[in-house]
Design a protein around this ligand. Structure first.
Ligand code: FES
Length: 108
């Protein structure tokens, strides 16, 4: 595991996202409505849109451009027009730090 610090736990509000870059990979750190933190690929698979600029609803994030929602736990799109998943990365909370292993995406 090559987890590295992405941000602080307090840097992400409930039902919102922040964009970070780790090893050149754009990642959205998302806190869902239950307060759980997820790390997913930040680029929508339908276009070059940053998902962290979208809307967090319960356990999904919605791309602002055309409305595809991606499940935060799986990266899978819930609706068209996107049909390819975004990658999901393992998250570890270490004190106040959010650690993400960008080299080992979750295999689903
Ligand atoms: S660019 Fe994201 S749904 Fe179209």
């Amino acid at each position: 595991m090559t987890a590295q610090r992405a941000c602080g736990v307090g840097d992400v509000a409930v039902s919102s996202a922040v964009r970070v870059e780790l090893d050149g990979v754009a990642i959205a750190i998302v806190k869902d409505s239950a307060g759980d933190i997820h790390a997913i690929g930040d680029t929508c698979t339908h276009g070059e849109i940053s998902l962290s600029e979208g809307f967090v609803e319960d356990d999904a994030i919605e791309c602002w451009a055309h409305g595809s929602q991606f499940e935060l736990r799986t990266g899978k799109p819930k609706n068209l027009p996107a049909y390819e998943p975004v990658p999901v990365f393992p998250v570890t909370i270490d004190g106040d730090d959010v650690l993400v292993d960008v080299q080992n995406p979750v295999k689903l």
